[in-house]
Design a protein around this ligand. Sequence first.
Ligand code: XIL
Length: 357
Amino acid sequence: MNRRDFLLSVGLGYLALPYAVLAEEPGLNQRAQSRGLSFGYAINSFQLVDKIFAEAVIRDAGIIVAENEMKWRETQKKDGPPNYATADRIVNFARQHQMGVRGHTIIWHRKPPAWAEAALSGPDGKKLLLDYTHNIVSHFRGQIKEWDVVNEAVDLGSRTPNGLRNWGPYLENGYDFIADCFRAAHEADPDAMLFYNDFGIEYKRQSAKRDAVLKLLTRLKNQDVPIHCLGIQSHLIAGTDFDERLFRNFLKEVADMGIKIRLTELEVDDKNLDADIALRDAGVADTARQYLNVAFDEPAVIGLLTWGVSDRTMRNVALWQTRADRLAPRRLPLDENFQKKPLWHAIAECFDNARSR
Ligand code: XIL
């Protein structure tokens, strides 16, 4: 290459640089924001040291949630004052990048800290949980916009008269206890948006659970409990019977109570799909598209988070969720190299097609 060509190629290189930056598609949250919605990812603070991971989160997320690091088992490992150091890391990262944070989750039957387990079924169980609720919400006051105050309290398999789970604190006057948890959270941060979050309410066969959740929400609302939003986890399974009309009606019923809705933990289980990657990715994207188009049509829906970022860093899935052929599942928006999959593009298009709020 002669000197002139060399200078020309360097010059063109410089010209191409800003162009390449401009040409990068906007991230998912930008697509969401243009309709008044928001998008985010569930993450773990230790994953942020991976540059490619952090960059994907920074590009796509307007809000983040800790996959596990704000759960009680993590924040109060010993019977002593809670330790929020790890959870603080998530909040600091969010602040640094102008993102919001969802607090997940305060009251949850699964995996309480081992030291607390026995106490939870005893006479002091409820007080322990109410004090903890007040403590964690106070610690993050003004920094965490949204709290999953109560997670997965409805369980029809427990066969209790009110539909609540067979778990110590819910057994006697469970509705009243749940109401008190919301009141404690509200007292600790009156500006936080308070959520009841649950799964198993997305599909056609889940009408009974939808009804039990509606019953709980109605009861709370009728008692003027500060509950502002329903979190619908949205762990979808490709190939499952989704009834658009039923789901639409459910969202409307929630909205009519003056309760907002967020899709909090979207992922798409591909265990029923063909092994072929192109077909599988298309099937996963179609499943999400059908679901999101209905959800985003409801004005009370405020946005979406996925339960993980890429197929490389997805959660350890339970045995019943794994594929019979043992191939690695492809449930998330980015692939194992953090490249956008058809699911990423489907989410983006659903935001584009959503009505503006
Ligand atoms: C899961 C995490 O992904 C796992 O790493 C952990 O072992 C168990 O919890 N509903 C929820 C989430 O509300 O907190 C769960 O997260 C997935 C189901």
